[in-house]
Design a protein around this ligand. Structure first.
Ligand SMILES: [Zn+2]
Length: 120
């Protein structure tokens, strides 16, 4: 269900601003498996911003009460796709990391920068 992944959501825009403030160079929605929200080509790091609901965040997710089985299938499909995308990126020698929509943008950006610098 590609349609659930909306582009340029509020958390993504906030992270983009915070990364720019830290001087981190990134590409939005690069031509890579899973179309990562942010790609840092020099560090070969792909960053996905995950919504707490769609990606079942451990802190904020609670399963919808109605149509429970359909939702469960849907979330399982999301998870399977996340794993597949991560595997494909790894095969291309890209690292991946997830930023949650509930994270403060400045904290998340600092985490991304640390991760980027931990390699090159
Ligand atoms: Zn959350």
């Amino acid at each position: 269900m590609r349609s659930v992944k909306s582009k340029n959501t509020g958390p993504e825009r906030a992270l983009a601003r915070a990364l720019t403030r830290l001087g981190v160079k990134f590409v939005r929605h690069a031509q890579l498996p899973g179309s990562p929200d942010f790609a840092l080509p020099q560090a070969r790091l792909a960053v996905f911003v995950h919504g707490c609901f769609w990606h079942c965040c451990a802190r904020h997710f609670s399963a919808p009460k109605s149509r429970a089985a359909a939702w469960a299938r849907h979330f399982a499909k999301n998870r399977a796709r996340d794993l597949r995308v991560r595997r494909l990126l790894r095969l291309r020698l890209w690292r991946t990391m997830v930023v949650w929509e509930h994270e403060a943008a400045c904290t998340a950006a600092a985490r991304v920068r640390r991760r980027a610098e931990s390699w090159r």
